[in-house]
Design a protein around this ligand. Structure first.
Ligand SMILES: [Zn+2]
Length: 353
């Protein structure tokens, strides 16, 4: 349960489906630490930032509380602590004005699915890590899917007074979401996913050591239990990501899709038993991989896809930079697709910690 630091103005809140506020205890410890730090340093040049999730429905907002930015800015602020981490550039949605205030701003139109009553969630972060690969016509697609096209419609080089492109792309291009509708005919499409599921405590499970000797290694139930033994129970509303180390191959399609002589793919994924454990015995919003598919490469029945998506969870595929974020304690922000009846779509995924 998130606490409310004294002296902090709370505008609103959101509560996840299961009633668990979407800040992990670790994150909340960071809140307290940041507040304490600010007091210690007299608020000047304060570090860290806070995100407040505002009431859903009529006043759906994402508000960032920050000792440093005037009210009314429609952006989420992130104050970068130069000595922590090495991943944030102030230009990536971050602000650093050392004034005080509350930032509020609409981030989405009301969800198609009504959400529950208000609650409070406050998360601090000092780092923003981009978990997104750059999509391009060269991005390694799942076999059979069309490569993306970027067609320049207007350009300065051509003498136009503005620049824009036309995109032609498979929904499942680059770092992207698999919505429940992708494998469940009654499943919700990405545009209708309740927005509170797009912010989640991020659990990163590292199986890269096994993958080094087994390209078909899978994230097993024991890996989840081992993570929990180290970091505690998965927080409610968590998003569980598999870090296999595969992202290092993304610029080499041959090694990323890794077909053998019989055109079978070889890369890691979630084992269906691990997926079933997460879906049936934990409270998660989704699962993600740093490979081209939630299922491991050789899968022909896509049982992990079916298990996760038919339970209303979403997937993220081709995630980047999972090696750079903490295994526990980060908050995932999913800028998911919102075109009508989306089976999925290119997604900007960020980790805040
Ligand atoms: Zn997909």
């Amino acid at each position: 349960m998130c606490g409310i630091p004294s002296g902090v103005t709370i505008r609103a809140a959101a509560r996840s489906e299961g009633g668990n506020v979407m800040c992990s205890p670790l994150v909340m410890e960071k809140v307290q630490a940041a507040i304490t730090r600010r007091r210690l340093f007299g608020l000047a040049g304060a570090t860290g930032a806070a995100v407040v999730l505002a009431p859903m429905g009529g006043a759906q907002r994402l508000a960032a509380l920050q000792d440093g930015t005037p009210p009314g800015e429609p952006t989420v602020g992130a104050t970068v602590e130069p000595t922590v981490g090495a991943t944030v550039e102030p230009t990536v949605g971050a602000t650093a004005e050392p004034t005080t205030g509350v930032i509020t701003g609409p981030v989405a139109t009301p969800a198609a699915t009504p959400v529950g009553p208000s609650a409070i969630a406050v998360c601090t972060f000092a780092n923003v890590q981009d978990l997104t690969h750059t999509a391009s016509p060269d991005f390694p697609m799942f076999p059979g899917a069309q490569q993306m096209q970027i067609n320049v419609l207007f350009s300065f080089e051509a003498g136009d007074i503005f620049y824009k492109n036309e995109l032609i792309l498979d929904e499942h291009t680059g770092t992207h979401m698999d919505a429940p509708a992708h494998f469940d005919e009654n499943g919700v499409s990405a545009d209708r996913l309740p927005v509170e599921r797009l912010l989640a405590p991020l659990a990163v499970i590292d199986i890269s050591a096994r993958v080094a000797t087994d390209e078909d290694a899978q994230l097993m139930p024991e890996d989840i239990l081992a993570w929990e033994a180290q970091f505690g129970p998965l927080p409610g509303g968590a998003f569980v990501a598999m870090h296999s180390g595969w992202a290092s191959r993304v610029n080499d399609r041959e090694r990323y899709i890794n077909l053998d002589a019989s055109d079978t793919q070889h890369y890691p994924g979630f084992h269906p038993d691990a997926t079933a454990l997460l879906v049936e015995e934990r409270n998660i919003v989704g699962i993600g991989v740093d490979t081209a598919s939630l299922d491991f490469g050789p899968s022909t029945d896509f049982e992990t896809h079916i298990t996760a998506l038919s339970a209303g969870k979403y997937g993220l595929e081709n995630l980047a930079n999972l090696s750079l974020v903490p295994a526990s304690g980060a908050t995932l922000v999913v800028g998911g697709p919102k075109h009508r009846n989306a089976s999925g779509g290119p997604t900007r995924a960020l980790a805040l910690y």
